[in-house]
Design a protein around this ligand. Structure first.
Ligand code: DQA
Length: 138
């Protein structure tokens, strides 16, 4: 299976960004662990702080891969453009968040991704990504 993890803005700072919410592990370290756990999965990683680059990536992979794991971070709550891209493509998208966005500020309760996502996994820390991969395997 060919899967891609797409991470949005500020997720390049994982490990040093608000560790009480997002944990103290870098995503690069976590990714290595994921890759060895799922060594039969072709797992790609893409991160950008730029909304249009996230849309370009969704369009690039959105008609050929087996699955997309998307944490659009803050753009989740603001981006009609990313929401439209998720709707436009054919590859199923699982929306992921590290934190439980529903236990946080009201503005994080809104998602432009969820209406067109295959499913949503949130609140399990970095393990949310692991669970999203599982969802594509079984
Ligand atoms: C996040 C939750 C968003 O509200 C926030 O803007 C993020 C990270 C999460 O993974 O918990 O940057 O998507």
């Amino acid at each position: 299976k060919k899967l891609v993890i797409i991470n949005g803005p500020n997720l390049n700072l994982l490990g040093k960004r608000e560790p009480e919410i997002y944990g103290s592990q870098t995503f690069e370290d976590y990714l290595e662990a994921l890759k060895s756990k799922y060594n039969n999965v072709d797992l790609e990683y893409f991160q950008s702080n730029i909304e249009g680059e996230l849309i370009d990536k969704l369009q690039e992979v959105g008609f050929s891969y087996d699955g997309i794991i998307l944490n659009a971070a803050a753009y989740t709550h603001t981006s009609v453009g990313i929401g439209d891209a998720v709707k436009a493509i054919e590859v199923p998208v699982v929306e992921v968040h590290i934190s439980n966005t529903f236990s946080r500020e009201e503005f994080r309760h809104q998602s432009y991704i969820s209406p067109n996502a295959k499913g949503v996994i949130l609140g399990f820390g970095l393990k949310s990504y692991d669970l999203a991969i599982e969802s594509f395997i079984f």
